[in-house]
Design a binder for this molecule. Structure first.
Ligand code: AVJ
Length: 329
């Protein structure tokens, strides 16, 4: 990107952050979209979270993909073009591709070119000869696949239980769009965290070392830095709360006293104990995940888990005709 284009993009991003902050802090129950947690510092802290003793999802999913690699490869079959939604550093793709039989291509999809580059170069150097075909797109929306993958069977890949960040209706919409982007006859390998005892869930989002607290509070740092806000970081504390009705862990930043925060020329008043809801991480029961998939045109063909049933990896296959194809006869 040229200097001027990069500056325009940064300015547009800053304007969007300010608009989201004004809207979210004006709501009767204050909230901020979780995507703003992931600036460079947020991405570094999330990476540290994945190595915490309390944060079981990453290591459990990695264990499932490693230990069940043969069964997963057999179910998927040879020649798949792997299309990953939000590849991060590409570590999980590298693991999956190592187990698959003669994969045809790797297609990482992300809106952030620098993350795409990291995943693409990692996989390209681990698997010389495999076509690596990055696509710059917002993977929550529809996108076109590279022509070069030809007629290879498509396998969507969405690990990490990132699906859990979506509200249920958004998750359905995402899975339906993913199906449309991947095309008829495609399949999808999806990681989903499971409902379990509350203490294990809340510990995973409120670790003893305080890394998740720092990750959450970084959002206020970011608003001070990029949106000109004046949050006093000692006036807020991180909370992880299990919401039993919606079966999700919620991250909140709780105001420790009555206070007023300035942002974009406005005053935002906080009562003592009032919170900003910063992220939701939905947990699934197998039957709930199957129902969610079915509502989006996918059928659960297989599920792999660990002995303690902490995490699940699903192979979905399309069952419903895609929109547009339905009316042809
Ligand atoms: C990246 C959405 C999968 O919800 O477990 C971890 C994010 N937030 N600890 C999750 C997260 C706090 C993570 N996902």
């Amino acid at each position: 990107m040229s200097g001027a284009l990069a500056r325009d993009a940064a300015e547009a991003q800053r304007a969007a952050l300010v608009a989201d902050a004004v809207a979210g802090l004006s709501a009767p129950r204050k909230t901020l979209p979780c995507k703003w947690l992931y600036d460079a510092e947020g991405a570094r802290l999330f990476e540290a979270i994945t190595r915490l003793p309390e944060y079981y999802p990453t290591r459990t999913e990695t264990k499932i993909l490693t230990e069940q690699a043969e069964a997963i490869a057999a179910a998927i079959g040879p020649g798949a073009a792997v299309v990953e939604f939000g590849p991060g550093d590409g570590a999980k793709a590298e693991l999956l591709l190592a187990g698959l039989h003669a994969p045809a291509a790797y297609v990482p999809v992300d809106i952030a070119p620098e993350w795409l580059e990291a995943a693409a170069s990692r996989v390209a150097s681990a698997r010389p000869g495999l076509p690596v075909l990055p696509v710059v797109a917002d993977f929550t929306q529809g996108f076109a696949l590279p022509k070069r993958i030809g007629a290879a069977p498509r396998l969507g890949f969405f690990p990490g239980s990132t699906i859990g960040n979506f509200e249920p209706a958004e998750a359905t919409a995402f899975l339906r769009r993913a199906h449309a982007s991947l095309g008829a006859g495609s399949r999808m390998l999806l990681g989903a965290d499971l409902v379990k005892e509350v203490a294990a869930l809340t510990a995973a989002y409120d670790d003893a070392a305080g890394v998740t607290a720092a990750f959450d509070l970084n959002l206020l740092h970011r608003l001070n830095r990029e949106a000109g806000a004046d949050f006093d970081l000692t006036g807020f504390a991180h909370r992880a709360v299990w919401n039993p009705a919606l079966e999700r862990v919620e991250m909140h930043l709780a105001s420790l006293r009555p206070q007023v925060v300035r942002l974009a020329g406005r005053n935002f008043r906080f009562a003592e104990g009032e919170t900003i809801h910063t992220e939701s991480s939905h947990k699934y029961r197998p039957e709930g995940l199957e129902a969610l998939a079915r509502a989006a045109g996918w059928r659960a063909a297989r599920m792999w888990s660990d002995p303690r049933r902490l995490f699940s990896v699903w192979l979905l296959e399309g069952w419903a005709p895609l929109a547009g194809a339905a009316m042809r006869c």
